[in-house]
Write a protein that binds this ligand. Structure first.
Ligand SMILES: [Fe+2]
Length: 315
């Protein structure tokens, strides 16, 4: 098998929908907005008529092609709205047109709000999106045996300080670890993972950290805290060789040579192939005290760091 590690040094490209495509997206969002007033906004998928939405249809095909076959990551700019309700509706409309939204928690939510609730830490059992912690490099598709095809992170507001997104191409990681074949072999073997937050019933499953697509592109599945927790629950402590492999992996992930850093601005949407990119963020400090609930009527510029996250499968 040929391993494809050729494109990991490219910068993350930024694109913007054409005016015509954005207008078509706003129309699709507005149609949803009227119906979403009575309940959660992430239930009914947006739809477009291919005849009347040719610009948006073409833009969606282009984005899918970039994520699946080209750089596997991009930033889409220009998603500016006045208040939180219209931002949620716009991002949901876009995501549900780009792919099929996946459920992300045991409550059935398909859009997750990423902001600091001011509660417990990841080590105490919180999910990453509820904290302001940085430094845990991971990909999101670790709680389900099947991968996430498109990960969407839409920025409604940035932090007062910090909160950079760090993106790490699995191909770059693989290239660095080629000097350590015994480490690569260990990472290709099964580890335990858990479905943290996805279901009331705890479920463990086994999968390799490193694998390859049919085209030979390195694929990754990694969140160390969750793996360590899953091995404890399985009563199968990590072996010395496994711990060493994770230490080598973490050390590579810490190298600036494999990292792209991006500070998402309000209105920017990061889209990536979740099983080809690890990510994390730097620690951040918000403008205001943390809150557990935010009113939909709030203007975006009054919020702390606020992101919407979607997980999509190819349609
Ligand atoms: Fe994440």
């Amino acid at each position: 098998m040929n391993i494809n590690v050729s494109n990991f040094r490219q910068a993350v490209s930024k694109i913007r929908l054409s005016n015509a495509a954005f207008e078509e997206l706003l129309s699709a969002s507005a149609m949803l907005g009227a119906e979403a007033k009575t309940g959660r906004f992430d239930i009914k998928h947006a739809c477009i008529d291919p005849f009347y939405s040719q610009s948006l249809g073409e833009a969606l095909r282009n984005i899918r092609n970039i994520i699946e076959h080209e750089s596997h990551v991009l930033i889409l700019d220009g998603f500016r709205t006045d208040n939180l309700a219209s931002f949620k509706s716009l991002v949901w409309a876009f995501g549900s047109l780009l792919g099929t939204p996946m459920v992300q928690n045991h409550l059935g939510h398909k859009v997750i709000e990423v902001y600091d609730r001011g509660g417990k830490s990841i080590e105490e059992g919180a999910r990453y999106h509820q904290t302001r912690q940085g430094a845990c490099v991971h990909n999101d598709g670790v709680s389900d045996p099947l991968p996430i095809d498109y990960l969407i992170l839409a920025c409604g507001q940035k932090a007062l300080l910090g909160g950079e997104s760090i993106l790490i191409d699995a191909s770059a990681v693989y290239a660095e670890l080629m000097a350590f074949p015994e480490i690569l072999e260990e990472l290709k073997c099964d580890f335990y993972f858990e479905n943290r937050g996805m279901s009331e019933d705890e479920c463990l499953f086994k999968a390799p950290i490193l694998s390859f697509s049919n085209e030979g592109i390195p694929l990754i599945r990694y969140f160390r805290v969750y793996i360590e927790s899953a091995h404890l629950k399985a009563k199968m402590p990590l072996t010395l060789a496994q711990v060493q492999a994770l230490d080598f992996l973490d050390t590579v992930l810490d190298q600036s040579s494999v990292q792209h850093r991006v500070l998402l601005e309000p209105g920017q949407v990061l889209i990536s192939a979740d099983n080809k990119f690890l990510h994390t963020r730097t620690h951040f400090i918000d403008m205001h005290s943390p809150r557990s609930e935010i009113d939909d009527a709030e203007p975006l510029n009054a919020l702390n760091r606020y992101m919407l996250r979607m997980w999509l499968r190819k349609q």
